[in-house]
Design a protein around this ligand. Structure first.
Ligand code: ASP
Length: 352
């Protein structure tokens, strides 16, 4: 008996982990971007057309992903991500929401252009209720270029989406071996493959198909979010736009947006989301007219401190805390589907 058990144990250790456990099912939802891009020659790493290659070709180029999981693909969009509007964002979230509800789907990979990947990741983080991993991935070089980064990024993304260790960690971005949280990742270099970073650091790394974790996200996301794609009607969000701060600004920029019918303006201010003294009358008037003013910062690290530099309590303004202007736009738009109260909006900025 003892001998039988020993040989059984030996046989089990000789088997690979994938032979011991059934593989998870991962759906790759393709949306375009450079990871689906093609250039004229292998030295065209920056001159190419994005959103060309269909999902089946992307998957066939990295057959190794099938060793990690049972991988299937769907073509949701074929677009360069700078052209994504709320319409595509809502449509994509609905499609992913239906996929994660399927019992035989264990994880999602979204291939995406890197330009607005952080926006899509944050939106999914806020509106898709699931603990299944949703992992966004892209590349900085098209597949036709020398040292294309897409194949390994895709391999790592499938590894992450099929890993039970990624469950409940929030929507993730997988780029250049790093695992980032959707809420704080941002594109910081537009010419190199280490294009993404977070002011608070990566959550972990994927090395040789295994995820290693070093921190967790402390903010609400996915299952714990009060927003839900199932409650969003139509194909547009309340209109929110961003004004970029600098010296020598024009009040007309804000007034033109008011004319255009915005419901909120994200002021991407200097420093602590500062507002020039000559703009204060315009921004307080606009707020009194019922348009939310959210102070964020053009500075990529740190956070905007409430009632510092400007008396937010007095003016009824909101601070974006550490969310960058483009993420503040999305959270504000979602918040406005539920409330018009600046205090409620402020609570959300602290909680997400
Ligand atoms: N413009 C491209 C996009 O975001 C850039 C990229 O994917 O890296 O779709």
């Amino acid at each position: 008996m003892k001998k039988t058990l020993t040989s059984l144990a030996m046989a089990l250790t000789l088997l690979s982990p994938t032979a011991l456990f059934a593989k998870n099912n991962v759906v790759v939802v393709a949306t375009g971007g450079t990871i689906a891009g093609a250039g004229a020659s292998s030295t065209n790493s920056a001159t190419y057309t994005a959103a060309k290659v269909p999902v089946n070709v992307l998957l066939d180029a990295v057959p190794q992903v099938q060793q990690l999981a049972n991988v299937s693909g769907v073509q949701a969009l074929q677009i360069a991500s700078e052209s994504i509007t709320d319409k595509e964002l809502i449509q994509l979230a609905r499609q992913i929401n239906e996929l994660v509800k399927k019992p035989d789907v264990n994880g999602i990979v979204v291939t995406h252009g890197t330009d607005t990947m952080e926006e899509t990741a944050f939106f999914l983080n806020l509106v898709v209720h699931t603990d299944k991993p949703i992992v966004l991935v892209g590349s900085m070089r098209p597949g036709t270029a020398l040292s294309a980064d897409g194949p390994l990024n895709l391999y790592n993304a499938v590894a992450l989406a099929s890993s039970d260790s990624a469950k409940g960690k929030g929507t993730l971005v997988m780029m250049n071996d790093d695992i980032f949280a959707a809420r704080d990742v941002t594109k910081t270099i537009n010419i190199h493959t280490n294009a993404f970073s977070s002011p608070w650091g990566a959550l972990g790394s994927v090395v040789e198909g295994k995820a290693y974790w070093f921190r967790d996200v402390s903010k609400l996301h996915n299952n714990s979010s009060e927003f839900n794609i199932e409650n969003i009607k139509g194909d547009a969000l309340p209109l929110v736009q961003i004004v970029y701060g600098s010296d020598n600004m024009l009040a007309q920029s804000y007034l033109a947006l008011q004319q255009a019918g915005v419901k909120a303006i994200i002021h991407a201010g200097t420093g602590n989301g500062s507002v020039a003294n000559y703009l204060v009358p315009t921004l307080t008037k606009i707020q009194q007219d019922g348009i939310q003013i959210v102070r964020s910062s053009r500075v990529p690290q740190g956070f905007v401190l409430r009632n510092a530099e400007q008396p937010d309590d007095k003016y009824g303004w909101v601070v974006a805390h550490d969310l960058n202007p483009q993420k503040a736009r999305l959270l504000t738009a979602l918040a406005l589907t539920k409330t018009k109260d600046a205090k409620e909006l402020q609570r959300m900025f602290y909680e997400y």
